[in-house]
Design a protein around this ligand. Structure first.
Ligand SMILES: Cc1ncc(COP(=O)(O)O)c(C=O)c1O
Length: 310
């Protein structure tokens, strides 16, 4: 496994374990049809300046312009619309997320006409809480640890029967995120590589499955913030982060768990495209870069702090 560590981001290669994937290009194509009325087909942008800085052609998939401000709308819409298809009398959905996934599930539930609860940690910025409420979801506050989020979510689900829509550990969510690659490769079929900011891995899984189904020679490289140990865990096949998991200290908050403008998470992929991809891939000429989101929390920019939270 190749690995480039720049001091604040890591970019690494994925290796197949030759196991059949639990979903494939077929499910990604079905997801595309299912969600097309609810999400944007986002543009693929070019920048001559960045091309010349990088010495290669870069193709930016602008998911910062996606509904709800991030790619998360794709996976959430696929999973929530499928829940409605499978259980027409579904009592609704529940999830935990203080960020993009919470807004995306609230939006998806509104599209599907289903009730929705979103569990957020106390101290979540007001702007994020307002966005979730504005989509019509109920907010439920929990403690700030990942364990408290999971427990509160599970409790609501067992009391109400609402389906849990996990941010990444859900094949329908992954298939929905895979539609990013479907659109990107339809527009630029001869890409050599795609750079994907990773946290839980839902977006990377979907993009890897769709890419390998459409263009087996195109490589998919996850990009993680410095301090996250995913590449080393995959290499050693061992969990290397504490149990229960904790958050790492990075401005790329969307991809900080162990477990914008463009967001800092998108910036990580741009940096990898311009600076560090050569350390894992000798000469990719055409590289897709996923600009995963645009939801910048102005209250928490390191150079501008104006805190308001619930
Ligand atoms: C903007 C943004 N980029 C990247 C990611 C990482 O996605 P995943 O958890 O599917 O790896 C997230 C996840 O929250 C996100 O919000």
């Amino acid at each position: 496994m190749e690995y480039a560590d720049s001091g604040f981001i890591n970019v690494f290669s994925l290796q197949s374990n030759n196991m059949p994937a639990p979903f494939g290009l077929k499910e990604v194509r079905e997801a595309y049809m299912r969600i097309s009325g609810c999400v944007h087909r986002t543009p693929v942008l070019k920048s001559q300046n960045l091309d010349s800085l990088a010495g290669r052609q870069l193709y930016f998939k602008a998911e910062n312009l996606q509904k709800t401000g991030s790619f998360k709308a794709r996976g959430a819409c696929n999973a929530v619309l499928l829940e409605k298809e499978k259980r027409p009398n579904s009592p609704g959905v529940v999830t935990h997320s203080s960020g993009n996934h919470g807004q995306a599930v609230a939006y998806a539930a509104r599209c599907a006409g289903l009730p929705c609860s979103v569990v957020v940690p106390k101290g979540t910025p007001q702007v994020k809480c307002d966005a979730i409420r504005d989509y019509g979801a109920e907010l439920v506050f929990c403690e700030a640890s990942p364990a408290s989020r999971n427990e509160t979510c599970a409790e609501i689900s067992s009391k109400t029967g609402r389906a849990v829509i996990h941010p990444f550990d859900n094949f329908d969510v992954m298939a929905g995120q895979g539609t990013i690659a479907l659109e990107l490769l339809e527009e630029v079929p001869d890409l050599d590589a795609v750079l994907v900011p990773i946290s839980g891995g839902g977006m990377t899984s979907g993009i890897a499955v769709a890419t390998k189904g459409m263009q087996p020679n195109c490589k998919v490289y996850p990009v993680e913030p410095y301090g996250k140990l995913l590449q080393r865990c995959l290499q050693s096949k061992q969990r290397m982060w504490p149990n229960p998991p904790q958050f790492i200290d990075t401005i790329a908050d969307a991809i900080r768990t162990q477990q914008m403008v463009v967001e800092a998470a998108s910036g990580a992929a741009i940096y990898a495209a311009v600076k560090s991809i050569e350390e894992v891939d000798a000469a990719p000429e055409k590289v897709g870069v996923i600009l995963c989101g645009g939801n910048v929390d102005l209250d928490h920019l390191p150079w501008f702090s104006r805190k308001t939270s619930y």
